[in-house]
Design a protein around this ligand. Structure first.
Ligand code: EPU
Length: 312
């Protein structure tokens, strides 16, 4: 049962103390949060952020937990989760334009891709099989070989850590490969720019992308997706597959404790039964060292690590 806290007792939020957030991530491992807070609406989120600022409490945002590793000792401060129905709203044709979808930040990407397909709205098929929420996908510009989330972003609305609403046209921000220059804030909703298409054609594209992933990635295992960004090759200035580099270094199946480099796709570091967050972190470091020794290329981890005492 959510507990109340004196800090937040008068605002519309659910509070869970000592919440097992590690278990809520795709890794399914790691520690707990001192306080997990789920606001019921944006006004409650604004008040929450102002209180946290006034109390100098660190605030972290938990999206789908798809790209996240929570340290075994857990995290301090407040972890915000936009999982209330207010933040899972999906509106089509709200502005009279059938190709503009207004999507709240807590909407799950699987559901979004399916809903758009059913309505014959094309443009976001490249997100098929990518886990997470819309807020997380904006923040890290999620994507893959077929495109990235920013390709279809029109407008982003957010609340900053002073509790101020902010809105940006996506064109005024710089979205890059798995990154953006979005200032510190919590995304609350976006408007997507899509195209009308035949629902069967859209569904077939989603299916093809999903099948490619299922064939090449360990989707049933516990992981945070790709562990490393694809580096840029100096001679061609093009991205090369970190998975291929790790594979060529002979590291498939390499393990530390319960953490293992996937046999299927070497850029996935999977948690086997009994794995700790520390095992995963040690293996990430080890793979980075061994790939550098083999190829002279420094890999950059894509997994966000939360640790007690860090100032997010
Ligand atoms: N390859 C190997 N060994 C491996 C893995 C890959 O030789 O263990 C080779 C493949 O055979 C292929 C090439 O490397 O020739 C590229 O592989 P893949 O198509 O899997 O693409 P990737 O560059 O490794 C990227 C994204 C994935 C995304 C896929 C498909 C990054 C870091 N990875 O992988 O994203 O799903 O394209 O769109 O950008 C993620 O971000 O979490 C992620 C998994």
């Amino acid at each position: 049962m959510p507990a109340r806290s004196s800090l937040l007792g008068d605002i519309d939020v659910d509070v869970t103390l000592d919440a097992p957030i590690g278990a809520m991530t795709w890794y399914g491992i790691g520690g707990r949060a001192d306080m997990l807070v789920s606001p019921h609406h944006t006004d409650a989120l604004v008040t929450l952020l102002q209180r946290c600022r006034d109390e100098d409490m660190p605030v972290r945002v938990l999206g789908g937990g798809a790209n996240l590793l929570v340290d075994d000792a857990g995290v301090d401060g407040v972890v915000v989760r936009l999982d209330h129905e207010w933040f899972r709203d999906l509106q089509f044709n709200a502005s009279g334009d059938v190709t503009a979808a207004q999507v709240s930040a807590g909407v799950d990407l699987f559901r979004l891709v399916q809903d758009l397909g059913r309505r014959g709205l094309a443009g976001l098929e490249m997100m098929a099989g990518i886990p997470g929420t819309v807020g997380g996908a904006v923040r890290m510009n999620a994507g893959g070989s077929w495109g990235q989330f920013s390709d279809r972003l029109d407008t982003i609305t957010a609340v900053d850590f002073n509790g101020q609403f902010r809105t940006w046209a996506a064109d005024d921000l710089a979205f890059r490969y798995r990154d953006s220059n979005l200032p510190p804030c919590i995304v609350t909703s976006v408007v997507l720019s899509l195209q009308e298409d035949d629902p069967i054609t859209v569904r077939d594209r989603i299916k093809r992308i999903f099948q490619h992933k299922r064939a090449s990635q360990p989707m049933a295992d516990h992981s945070a997706g790709c562990a490393f960004r694809n580096p840029i090759e100096a001679s061609t200035q093009r991205h090369i597959s970190a998975g291929r580099l790790i594979d060529e270094a002979g590291l498939k199946g390499h393990s530390i404790g319960g953490a293992m480099v996937s046999d299927q796709h070497a850029n996935f570091i999977v948690a086997q039964p009994g794995a700790s967050a520390s095992d995963i972190r040690r293996l990430i470091d080890d793979v980075r060292t061994l790939v550098f020794q083999r190829h002279g290329i420094e890999l950059e981890s894509e997994v966000v690590v939360w640790q007690r005492g860090d100032r997010p």
